[in-house]
Structures are given as C-alpha cells and as structure tokens.
Design a protein around this ligand. Structure first.
Ligand code: HEC
Length: 256
C-alpha cells in the first residue's frame, strides 16, 4: 500500500530513481509488500475480516426472514430466526473489544430481546419495529472496522439446538445461493459456517470426549473455511466443497 501511494505522490521522481537503480544493477527491495505476503497473519486477518462482513450480511438476511415470518404471522419461526440473530451477535462480540463495536452489539442483542418478546406476544407491530432497528444496526456494523482481538473467546455456553438451527439455515442458504449460481453469496455463507464451527468448538463436548469433540468441530470448521476460500469461480467446485463440509456435520452427529 505504501509503495502505491508513494508512486502516486512522487510518480516521476520514483520512476527516475528506479531507472537509476536498475542501471546500477542494484537489487530493489520492497520490504513492505514482501513482508505482507510472507506474513501468514496477514492472511488470517483477511480471513477474519471476511468472516466479519459475512456475519453482518447474515444479520441482514436473517432480518429479511424475520420480516417474512412476521408478515405471515408465523411467530414460532420468527422466534427461531431471532435466536439465530442473537447468536450471530455473540459471534461478533467475541471478535473485538472496541467499545463502540460492543455498544452497537449490545443494542443489537437488546433488539433481538424485543423481537422475541413481540413474537411471544404475537405482536406484529412491535416485531416490525424491532426488525427495522435490527436492519439499521446491521448496516452500521457492516461499515464499522473494529480492531480485532487476537483470538475470539466465546464465554457463554448456549443452547445446542439454537446453534444447530442457525447452522442448518446457513447451510441451506449456501445451497440455495448455488442454485442461482451466486458463488460469492454461497462463499459468504461458508464463512459464517466456519465461524459457527469455531464457536461449536468452544461449546463443550456432547456425548463424546472433549478431545474428540474438538476434532469433530475442527473438521467441520476447516472444511467450511476451505469452501469459503475456494479460489474457483465454478459453482460445481463450491458445491463439492460444501458437500465435504456437510459430511462433517454428519460425522459429528454420528460421533464417528
Ligand atoms: C461438532 C459437532 C457438530 C457439528 C459439526 C454439527 N452438529 Fe448438528 N448437532 C450436534 C449435536 C450435539 C446435536 C444435538 C443432537 C445430538 O446429540 O446429536 C446436533 C443436532 C442437530 C440438529 C437437530 C437440532 C435440534 O433442534 O435438536 C440439526 C438440524 C443439526 N444438528 C444440523 C447440523 C448441520 C446442518 C450441521 C453442519 C452444517 C451440523 N449440525 C454440524 C453436533 C454437531
């Protein structure tokens, strides 16, 4: 980045200097760029910031589902999807300690509480207000660039069924996107699956040893990440990668 802005600022001077250096047969080093490429943590940051955008986009798409459930007065499904949004908020909270970020997410959680209350009271109007507020917050979160913690730590042990509902819905969204050849959209969902896998990892073993649980959760999240990072514009390749991630769902369910 620095080299680019330098080139823009001093365009002619730099190219003259380069010609002189080249003429002297001197090796030109570009320390900033080279280090960035070699440093694996840069890739990790990029991955995490992609996951952050994917999670914010998932809030918005789930808010759209909430709207549909509310319009259809299906308050049970509305509550289910709302729990999913609250879980996405948990995933996002763990990514950064930035006070502004935390404040927005506290507000998001409070709006999901309002939406749950509205759903249990069959209150369509109150639900509409909460959905609208959630949408606004998802836009704010999408444009925020909080500093990320080194590794997210998930403190709360959550209801496994709610986690699975979100995993299930997210996987279904990825498959649906592929039906319409929306490869980028499907990859975004794969990034959400990756984060959900990491979250599952922290949720304590169920029906198996702690070590096996970690292996199963890692197997799933790594397969999801591979799908998200697939460098192939072909939707068939992504379909196969997602299928491999799905095999890991089954592996965990059978505790193989
Ligand atoms: C690391 C383990 C693990 C992974 C990975 C996993 N699950 Fe699950 N899943 C569970 C557990 C534990 C349950 C609770 C039932 C049980 O004990 O099998 C469950 C239950 C479910 C249920 C039933 C939900 C309910 O309300 O009881 C669904 C649906 C589901 N999972 C979908 C998925 C999908 C889809 C994926 C992958 C995209 C996935 N799961 C990946 C562990 C896992």
């Amino acid at each position: 980045m620095k080299t680019t802005s330098t080139t823009i600022l001093f365009g002619l001077a730099v190219s003259v200097a380069l010609q002189q250096l080249a003429a002297k047969n001197t090796t030109i080093e570009w320390p900033v760029q080279d280090k960035a490429i070699q440093d694996k943590t840069v890739g990790a940051e990029d991955r995490r910031s992609k996951a952050l955008s994917a999670l914010c986009a998932a809030i918005d798409s789930n808010a759209n589902y909430c709207q549909e459930w509310n319009d259809a007065e299906d308050f049970e499904s509305l509550a289910k999807t709302t729990h999913g949004i609250a879980l996405i908020a948990e995933l996002l909270i763990a990514e950064s300690e930035d006070p502004g970020w935390r404040k927005q997410l506290a507000e998001l959680k409070s709006q999901t509480q309002s939406l749950l209350q509205a759903a249990s009271a069959d209150d369509k109007t109150a639900a509409n207000t909460a959905i609208e507020n959630i949408r606004k917050l998802s836009v704010e979160l999408t444009t925020a660039r909080p500093e990320l913690v080194e590794s997210p730590r998930y403190s709360q042990r959550n209801d496994i069924g709610r986690t699975m509902d979100l995993l299930d819905g997210t996987y279904a969204d990825a498959k649906a996107a592929l039906l319409f050849d929306e490869v980028e959209e499907a990859k975004r969902e794969a990034f959400v699956l990756w984060k959900l896998g990491e979250y599952l990892r922290s949720q304590g073993s169920r029906g198996t040893t702690a070590a096996r649980w970690l292996e199963l959760a890692d197997g799933f999240s790594q397969a999801a990440l591979r799908a998200g990072e697939l460098d192939d514009p072909n939707s068939d390749a992504l379909r196969s990668a997602l299928k491999l991630a799905h095999d890991q769902c089954e592996k965990c369910h059978n505790r193989e």
